[in-house]
Design a protein around this ligand. Structure first.
Ligand code: SAH
Ligand code: SF4
Ligand code: F3S
Length: 442
């Protein structure tokens, strides 16, 4: 019996897919190399922007012929898109070749649903509301044996006015610190060297717990687990990025000097309309504070252009903020109205063409900055965690610096999963190129 999982969306979803894989392997399934070998195919969906949703419809639709050829094949669709009741209902009606629809909250129930379908039950749609507490821990099949994701908090309660995530991921629920630490210790014992702590806003960690613990304290504890060489976390809400957190990051060598701090917009009025809870000036001050205490740090961000009512001048404030901060990298998006969010009800939307124009302009400015920052690294030595074959060419391997920059080096299989010194020889906006210094074989 074999399975395949197709994942859309953020790291949270990627990690959920690792849990789905872990549960399926627990049922005796093994990974399928090809679609037509699979007995179960699971789609883990995202709906953060319209094109994420369109992709899922297209992809799931394309499996209809395979299902007709092989009626025993089980198709299951879960994730954020299915957690939105109206969308899930319509999806279930439209894609009649899908056997199971499940939500983010009842992920752990998937094995039971698969058993029910296998034992002859018809199609099933089972989506729980988000008020049943933490999604329980389940076995996890990780992407490799040296890097692991670790959930610290589920859900989001920030309700940024454009965002659907709180509607599909539910209230904030922190995992008990003992569970997180136990998982970190087990991972270290198994030889994992890099942990990425996950949450939509890790900085809210602990607020819903009875015990007195917050994210900086948790991070400090995790960073003391022996054997863990790199710790990353995402995402941090700029509003809640405290001095205490900066101090912990500065004090611990194994906390990577890279912070993903989504700014979303550069104008205080747009930030207010977005319900982000900070001003342009507060954001700039935060970046300055981080850079003062942790000098070689990389800062990346997410930016939305064309939020309803965003004027040309407000957009220019985003450009000027980008120039001022000089982000190492930015994920840039045009605003996409999400039904059920406050911003989607606004009538002052920016025309599509104008949104694209703003995006193009922003990308150009940011790419130049990324290129300039990366060029300065030419000639430097970086510590790179080698992750295996590069996507484009098996003669090359890729890895990440502590600052999370992608580095391409000549193939070096013996170094996969190891941190090695690399001399940087070339740089583009997105990628660095270099050579491992020292012997590649040992
Ligand atoms: N929790 C994270 C982000 C999760 S979603 C945070 O608060 O920063 C990832 C990114 O998608 C967001 O940072 C935002 O830039 C973008 N995004 C979310 N909703 C969007 C929408 N409706 N239209 C366009 N981009 C959106
Ligand atoms: Fe969405 Fe805002 Fe929560 Fe991030 S913090 S997931 S953007 S509501
Ligand atoms: Fe998408 Fe859900 Fe993540 S909507 S961005 S997969 S939390």
């Amino acid at each position: 019996m074999k399975y395949k999982i197709i994942t859309y969306g953020c790291q949270m979803n990627e990690h959920d897919s690792e849990k789905i894989a872990g549960m399926l392997e627990g049922m005796g399934f093994r990974p399928a190399a090809e679609d037509n070998e699979a007995d179960v195919i699971v789609f883990n969906t995202c709906l953060v922007r319209e094109n994420a949703e369109l992709k899922v419809h297209g992809k799931v639709g394309s499996y209809k012929p395979l299902k007709e050829e092989n009626p025993d094949l089980i198709l299951a669709v879960g994730g954020c898109m299915m957690q939105q009741q109206e969308i899930a209902d319509e999806f279930y009606r439209k894609h009649s070749h899908v056997d199971i629809v499940f939500g983010t909250h009842n992920l752990a129930e998937l094995p039971v649903l698969i058993q029910q379908v296998k034992s002859g039950q018809n199609r099933i749609m089972e989506v729980w509301e988000g008020d049943r507490g933490l999604v329980p821990d389940v076995p996890t099949r990780r992407k490799n044996d040296y890097q692991a994701w670790l959930t610290v908090i589920q859900g989001c309660e920030n309700y940024c006015s454009y965002c659907i995530v709180p509607h599909v991921r539910g209230q904030e629920r922190s995992r008990p610190p003992e569970d997180i630490l136990k998982e970190a210790e087990n991972l270290a014992r198994e030889g994992f060297i890099e942990l990425t702590l996950l949450g939509q806003n890790v900085n809210s960690y602990g607020q819903d717990l009875e015990e007195n613990i917050n994210f900086p304290t948790l991070l400090d504890k995790i960073s003391s687990v022996s054997g863990i060489k790199r710790i990353r976390f995402m995402t941090s809400h700029p509003r809640d990025f405290s001095r205490e957190l900066i101090a912990v990051c500065a004090a611990k060598d194994n906390i990577c000097p890279h912070f993903h701090l989504p700014v979303q917009a550069g104008s205080t009025s747009v930030l207010r309309d977005m319900n982000r809870g900070y001003t342009r000036e507060e954001y700039l001050k935060l970046v300055e504070g981080i850079r003062q205490k942790i000098p070689e740090t990389a800062i990346t961000t997410d930016i939305i252009v064309g939020f309803p009512g965003e004027t040309e001048q407000e957009f220019e404030e985003t450009i000027s903020l980008v120039k001022k901060v000089r982000f190492d990298m930015a994920f840039t998006f045009t605003y996409s109205p999400r039904e059920g969010t406050p911003a989607a009800g606004r009538e002052d939307s920016v025309p599509r063409q104008e949104k694209s124009r703003r995006l193009q302009r922003l990308m150009k400015v940011q790419n130049n900055i990324s290129q300039e920052i990366n060029q300065e690294l030419i000639g430097s030595q970086q510590k790179v965690l080698i992750e295996g074959e590069s996507k484009k060419d098996p003669d090359y391997y890729s890895g990440r610096t502590a600052t999370n920059k992608l580095v391409i080096v000549p193939a070096c299989p013996a170094k996969t999963g190891k941190i090695v010194p690399v001399k940087i020889t070339e740089a583009g906006s997105w990628t660095l190129y270099g050579e491992i210094t020292g012997n590649c074989q040992s």
